[in-house]
Design a protein around this ligand. Sequence first.
Ligand code: PGA
Ligand code: ZN
Length: 429
Amino acid sequence: MKIKSIAARRIWDSRGRPTVEVEITNEDGTSGIGIAPAGASRGTREAVELRDGGERFKGLDVQAALRGIDGEIAPLLIGHDVTDQAGIDTALAVLDGTQLKSRLGGNALIATSLAVLHAAAAHARLPLWRYLAQDLPQGQSPKLPLPQIQIFGGGAHAGRRVDVQDFMVIATGATSFAEAMEMTAEVYRAAGELMAARGALAGIADEGGWWPSFTRNEDALDTLVAAIERAGYTPGHEVSIALDIASSEFGKDGRYRLALENQELDSEGLFDMLVGWTERYPIVSIEDPLAEDDEAGLVAFTRAVGHKVQVVGDDYLVTNAQRVKDAAAKGACNCVLIKPNQAGTVTETLLALRTAQSLGYSTIVSARSGETEDVAIVHLSTGWNAGQLKVGSFARSERMAKWNEGIRLETRPGAPAGFWGKAALAGKR
Ligand code: PGA
Ligand code: ZN
């Protein structure tokens, strides 16, 4: 089926910032929409967003990205077979011509690439997850992912009020996606009540988590454990903790500056602190424990706790198949965070995911801190059988749209084969 037309427009994300939407219409009248999300704590090697700079909207406007779609991408794709995702994505990368997709912009490219995918699924008259599941490796049938859900937001998402970016829970005792939502709803509410009672509630962070005013990072962990208990669950059994340290945000060249506790740690100091946390708290997953430039630290950390804790590479691996291969050769991390806009195209995203799986890594498909009502990643994580899904907290509609979509996928006739549950986690306790 040939692509008939491409429309690009500026829409607005969950932080009220401009972003790129692309709508592709096929010759049979079916169509698909792709939207670029936006990160706040970005890896240095991820695809670069094209932003206009200047005064307007703090330099974040995307007019140049839209012009590139209208002027260069549309002429290339119109008339092309919409089902040839790999061919189109390769053509997009070649057209851009830069290593980090900085000329046309990773935002323009991922919105286009996702629009192609949606349009192809619409042409096939299939829900996106089912369209993708047709290409699963032999013997695999798609299952709903295990969710990682933020309770407190910190780091770049909450004015750096706490150093750690995401304090999350994983409902390790849940036997369905809907049950994981139910359990998280109770913990999220209990955490809010506990914080309000302590006068520690400062609002809502960028991804919908409570914006805490703690005095120590460990206060957040203690409160999280108390919230799990208050909600009626046993920490470490029914509900466990996951963290995104996002340490590249406060660490570089082996020095880590923890603003909240006013201390500076070297790589070993941060390593010791985090290993200590894994011993004292029911933590099952830690993302970016050491900075993206601290590969030796990541290898050592994985060696120390990887047998029992999932060690996730986000800023370090940036959804890049080659970087995943290099990390595997060194033994860094045992899980890869998969963010389509870090790669810049759907095909490169899938390649990173399949490479990770073939090397024994677990995978988490993830949203960004700047999101929209778009629910594509729920379908990607299900249809690609990624095992896990991370989209932020349990509030704000750009987040709830995605969790609710998971419930829809699970309960509609012809639903995926089941729910991954805690089997999706690397590093079993
Ligand atoms: P970001 O944060 O979208 O702001 O990069 C998400 C994450 O670090 O996982
Ligand atoms: Zn992260």
